[in-house]
Design a protein around this ligand. Structure first.
Ligand code: EPZ
Length: 419
């Protein structure tokens, strides 16, 4: 396993190019299962999770090739397998996204239950309840979800207790080829879902309500392969904005979409950062001491849970109290123990963490526990006094494309070594 070593205290100056969004690339890659033909996806990030998804598509019968740095050609003519095995799904929960398209295309699917992960139980009960409403018969056997819809799917009304991102995506992909109309109520509204809706519409799907919490899908007989472009990664963007807040400096992020980060940008302005928004670029400057703010994570367009760990790190560099309420996942404070090792004063009580900002952290050996927690430790190391060593960085590789290279490019003293 590799580790990352950071000498803290260097400001970040220059330009970083934002990659395509992991959480858009994964559903759009799964959507290529819906119909034969050659699909072309642009702006695909090079991540462990996208490589895992390609591996899964190949196992199901698709063929793919990479063209240039970020374009994928995926030919799904010969997709005739319908099983996603445990050893694949346990490494990436988002493998569950093949359920909907496989049922729509083949009328069958056998997908391993994902199992929990560091941030929570991560059940898929909403996915299963929704698919049953579309006429799928689902059984649970030896840790696998077996779904069958021999005479095809039929439209129905699906209501989500909480707006599930991949749940909404799975039902969208199943409904687009169902007989009749499907309505999804309390649908998630993340920009990645809009990206998927655009692709399904270009494929011939008929979907109303993009960007709202009520989606209406009129099933069609047939879809066609298309070209689609992955939207910029808003969580990668937010991570770099927060890194400048912690380490200081003046950075411009390019190939991003500022309108996808309404809550974070407002919070960072309150914290005291200077932020200029363009159409596809953001400039961020640290101009003085940081103000503590309170955070509550919420479904989009609220504050993203995927930026909670990173903003918690930022609050350790402010002076004052900050209450961080994680309302989406039940165990997403794994980074707290590691930040404490760096001298942070943080108290956790259930879903709330109270940060008593001391204005500084001390470098230390720490351990990554999950994708976004590891990003929060990198942010901490950039601004801490002294050296920080982060182990188990394979977590980072899941969701950040060339993080070390991008940070080196703006002046960070950061390197990666074999552990
Ligand atoms: C997506 O996960 C993202 N992953 C997550 O990003 C993100 O944190 C999450 O949405 C919330 O925004 C991808 O898009 C691949 P949910 P997802 O279903 O769809 C509960 C990252 O770091 N729930 O919106 O799995 C669930 O436990 C990852 O990039 C059920 O109870 O999340 C959670 O409390 C981490 N039953 C809440 O709903 C279900 O069937 C929201 O989860 C589904 C979800």
């Amino acid at each position: 396993m590799d580790k990352i070593i950071i000498e803290g205290g260097r400001q970040l100056h220059g330009e970083v190019r934002i990659s395509g969004a992991k959480n858009a690339a994964l559903p759009l890659m799964a959507a290529t299962l819906l119909c034969p033909g050659k699909h072309i996806l642009h702006n695909v990030p090079d991540l462990r999770d996208t490589r895992t998804m390609l591996n899964l598509l190949e196992i199901l019968g698709a063929k793919w090739e990479k063209v240039g740095e970020t374009t994928l050609h995926i030919n799904s003519d010969e997709v005739d397998k319908f099983e996603a095995s445990y050893d694949l799904v346990k490494t990436m929960r988002a493998s569950v996204l093949v359920l909907g398209p496989l049922l729509a295309r083949l009328g069958r699917a056998r997908v391993s239950l994902p199992g929990g992960c560091a941030i929570g139980a991560r059940p898929i009960d909403f996915h299963m309840q929704g698919l049953k409403k579309l006429g799928v018969s689902l059984t649970l056997q030896q840790g696998y979800v077996e779904g069958a819809a021999e005479d095809g799917l039929q439209g129905g009304t699906v209501y989500f207790d909480v707006p599930s991102v991949t749940g909404t995506e799975n039902i969208l992909m199943a409904a687009v080829l169902a007989r009749g109309t499907t309505i999804i109520k309390n649908a998630a509204r993340e920009p990645e879902i809009g990206n998927l809706i655009n692709m399904l519409t270009d494929m011939g799907g008929r979907i109303e309500g993009r960007g709202t919490d009520k989606l209406t899908i009129h099933g069609v007989q047939k879809l066609k392969a298309v070209e689609a472009t992955i939207i910029p990664d808003r969580i990668e963007t937010g991570t770099y904005l927060i890194a400048v807040g912690a380490a200081g400096g003046d950075m411009t992020l390019t190939h991003c979409n500022p309108s996808h980060l309404p809550s974070l940008i407002e919070k960072l302005r309150t914290v005291g950062l200077e932020i200029e928004e363009g159409d596809t670029a953001i400039r961020v400057k640290r101009v003085g001491p940081l103000t503590s703010v309170d955070i509550k994570t919420m479904p989009y367009p609220g504050f993203p849970t995927d930026l909670q760990a990173q903003i918690m790190t930022l609050m350790t560099f402010s002076k004052g109290l900050s209450v961080i309420h994680e309302s989406i996942f039940e165990n997403r404070f794994m980074h707290v123990a590691e930040l404490r090792r760096m001298g942070a004063d943080i108290r956790v009580d259930g879903g709330r963490a109270v940060v008593n900002g001391l204005g500084k952290l001390m470098g230390a050996p720490v351990m990554a526990t999950d994708l976004r927690a590891s990003a929060s430790l990198v942010v901490a190391g950039l601004a801490a006094e002294g050296t920080t060593e982060i182990s188990r960085v394979y977590h980072l590789d899941r969701g950040y494309d060339d993080l070390v290279g991008k940070l080196k490019g703006v002046g960070a003293e950061i390197r990666r070594e074999k552990e």
